[in-house]
Design a binder for this molecule. Structure first.
Ligand code: SF4
Ligand code: SF4
Length: 502
């Protein structure tokens, strides 16, 4: 017998403050609260710490305690290790989890510090002097072939490939319809349009409600090819081939049939109620040459008018793979670090496979520079970007721009409870249940997401100004403006940064 495990959270209601309004009962989709006469009953075992009840209680009557009763402490046999064993001993199954890597690895971003000007070099004031944050994603020609025509006009003879112009280096990454609700997608698409950036569709196709925002959408082609046809490809501003995902490198995806409602089935072009399974590999890609062929095929299908990105998970040989991609006609490589979020992933993959984005992006940038092909491809960093400082550090390590995921969800109310895979998100984000989806007002949520992107963009301008840099382009790969703090020498070598004080 294993018996019952200690509850993870304890919810308590202060009887003096509670006025028995019942909002906690209505708002909790996990069934923590119920009414017993004029008393509110609590079942803490169902709690996921989504904080919906706390946010909705008009009297601040609810408190939540994590690990109210713990196991005997042990440095090796942590609570998580023990509970995974109890769980698997009972079920014999793979354990699933949502959101990104939850292990306590040091966050490299927090051990890097940015530079600022003092006395000998002047800083810039973004309120008085323009700081250029516009970025162009795509190939840049090594040189321009210009000819003077008769009559004096200058003709550009170099064939330029299409670039994606973003007003801020912050884009919204791919979260599919199915993994998240249509209201969540709508909110983010509107925010992308408002702020002059782009958003990914994820691998779930492009719902008709998003067509008004299609010029701000990057359409994804993943191994399941859900929702992919020529109309879909032509609608997107760019196309992204998804090879891997930071939260689960090397494996595919699975949207259970019960989530495939009529609307999702139409958008994904699969039968209603059937499991949407994305295979681990693309069955037509077994080499860089195969990948290049798919890139070329997608470009050909869209008359070479759309940039094509390739997304890979950050794994040990990420730099070599990115260098191969740079030699294909692809315009950008998206590198997704091991803290990248997910709707559902086996916990063993989420927490143990892949490498952090900081090391991945630095090694990709260095490899591309060493091979003289940095301008052949843009680098987009994703996976664990939490604020404007992370954006600035990722760019200084070599990224052209970043994708955010969890941060955009948090701007809509997500509390990073990690239960997305259960489909009961009380914030209306990671759910398809109509009553829950209706809780997310796309108009309101789009303002919140746009506010977040604008606030980060303002902070970026301030950070650049303080460092005396007047364009984001000049920060890219500029490791001289970064220093490592409490990082070991071998990691600093990978990051190619010096220690604080050096
Ligand atoms: S929402 Fe707050 S005040 Fe209302 S019943 Fe629940 S605990 Fe009491
Ligand atoms: S989207 Fe919803 S279920 Fe997923 S972590 Fe955020 S609050 Fe929890």
């Amino acid at each position: 017998m294993i018996g019952s495990l200690p509850p993870r959270y304890r919810i308590s209601i202060d009887p003096v403050r509670c006025m028995e309004c019942g909002r906690c009962i209505e708002n909790c989709s996990y069934g923590v609260f119920s009414r017993d006469g004029d008393r509110i009953q609590v079942n803490s075992r169902n709690c996921t710490a989504c904080h919906r009840c706390i946010a909705c209680c008009p009297r601040d009557a609810i408190s939540l305690e994590e690990h109210p009763c713990d196991y005997r402490s042990h440095p090796l046999w942590t609570r998580e290790a023990r509970e995974a064993i109890y769980n698997q001993a009972r079920t014999g199954r793979i354990i699933l989890a949502g959101m990104g890597n939850a292990l306590d690895y040091p966050v490299i971003f927090d051990r890097l510090v940015l530079d600022a000007c003092q006395v000998t070099n002047p800083s810039l004031d973004p309120l008085r002097e323009p700081i250029e944050l516009t970025t162009h994603l795509g190939k840049r020609p090594a040189k321009l072939d210009l000819r003077r025509r008769e009559g004096g006009d200058v003709e550009l003879r170099t064939r330029l490939t299409p670039n994606l112009r973003i007003e801020t280096p912050v884009m919204i990454g791919h979260m599919s319809y199915g993994a998240i609700s249509l209201n969540a997608q709508l909110a983010m698409a509107r925010a992308a349009k408002e702020t002059g950036t782009y958003m990914g569709t994820g691998e779930g196709g492009l719902h008709a409600a998003l067509h008004p925002y299609q010029d701000r959408m990057i359409v994804q082609v993943a191994s399941g090819r859900f929702g992919v046809n020529i109309d879909y490809l032509e609608r997107g501003a760019a196309i992204e081939i998804k090879i891997g995902q930071g939260a689960k490198p090397g494996i595919g995806g699975h949207l259970p049939g019960e989530k495939v409602c009529a609307d999702i089935s139409r958008t994904r072009m699969i039968p209603e109620g059937s499991d949407a399974i994305s295979p681990a590999p693309h069955h037509d890609i077994y080499s860089i040459e195969d990948l290049a062929q798919l890139v070329r095929g997608l470009k050909e299908a869209t008359e070479w008018k759309k940039p094509v990105f390739v997304k890979i998970a950050a794994v040990h040989n990420v730099a070599a793979v990115a260098a191969g991609i740079a030699r294909s006609p692809a315009d950008a490589v998206v590198v997704d670090g091991f803290r990248g979020g997910t709707g559902a992933a086996p916990t063993v993959f989420r927490d143990h496979v892949g490498i952090p984005i900081e090391a991945a992006v630095a090694s990709v940038d260095k490899k591309l520079r060493d091979q003289g092909i940095r301008n052949e491809i843009s680098v987009i960093a994703s996976g664990g970007i939490r604020g404007s400082a992370d954006v600035a550090k990722a760019i200084a390590l070599g990224a052209d721009a970043v994708y955010i995921g969890t941060a955009a969800l948090a701007a809509m109310g997500c509390r990073v409870c990690g239960n997305c895979y259960r489909g009961l998100c009380p914030w209306g984000i990671a759910t398809q249940q109509p009553d829950l989806v209706a809780r997310l007002n796309p108009d309101e949520a789009s303002i919140q997401v746009a506010n977040l992107i604008r606030a980060w963009t303002l902070e970026l301008a301030e950070l650049l100004g303080a460092a005396g840099i007047n364009s984001i382009e000049s920060l890219r790969g500029n490791r001289d403006r970064l220093r490592g703090y409490m990082l070991d020498e071998s990691l600093m070598e990978v990051l190619d940064v010096r220690a604080v004080g050096a």
